[in-house]
Write a protein of this length. Sequence first.
Length: 325
Amino acid sequence: MIREVEVGEHTRREFLETLGSGALLAAAGRAGAEAAPGRPREMTLDLVCGNIGVKVPQREAVDLAIAHGFETVGAQAADLERMADAELSEMRALMRAKGLGWGAANLPVDFRRDEESFRRTSEGLPAFARAVKRAGVIRVSTWLSPSSDTVTYRQNFATVSGRLRETARVLEGEGGLRLGLEYVGPKTAWAGKKYSFVHTLAETRELVAEIGRPNVGYVLDSWHWWLAGDTTADLATLRNDDVVAVDLNDAPAGIPKDQQIDNARELPLATGQIPVAEFLAALLAIGYDGPVRAEPFNKALTEKPKAEAVAATAAAMKKAFALVG
């Protein structure tokens, strides 16, 4: 059984717990118009229900995505693995008919802790890869822990790169899957422990190079990009093939950058703190053609009824995409 929740976003939430106006939208629109190179948009509006606190099975996630105008939907590997061939075929036929594709699946491997945890959770990786391949999924995403109390940067770099190299080899061999790595940028997430680890795009680039597998790339998040001090010039150094998935968020207003907390964010354009139009325009410029999903870790959003939470997310994402055409 694939333990997607236990070693995916639920673990990340536990980790995190331990550590506008019309004028605003008009200004963002101008920024997007100035930055966009005039090429057609290929990146997709992606719904990941778990990111907004909506806990539903895969088929219901598909129905919600269709109902609210999303173009791709996150893959829930445990559900896909359990589906009979007929059920999966019926769902995929519906998705094709409605023009809905797949986003990414969460990596079910715990590579961040001890060796026993890594080995135990890696046992199900071949089955995971086969299950998502069977459904037509090609993207897998995960995140990097930005600090440690026990392991130095160099030790962590060697361990994580080795484990992810092994993981990427299985994903490629079993399912032809791409693996994206997301760095975690807030200072509050890495400065409170004894040793910092990868928390910028430049450092993630070094890690990807060390892993040395052709199917490994990046998960880019506007939140981490902004808090890490990365720029659109940094994004311009990437190619479409380098980027596996993208998260789009805004930040609470009135909080200095170095005091922002990773599990308290906003939907895109909610406050205008993060230059969402510039971020999206930079992705447009490199021809990014993958999923873009909201991941706001927002308490008010998660407390809404599921249809309202999905509708609010869809509205925010569509408004953001409209800034770049």
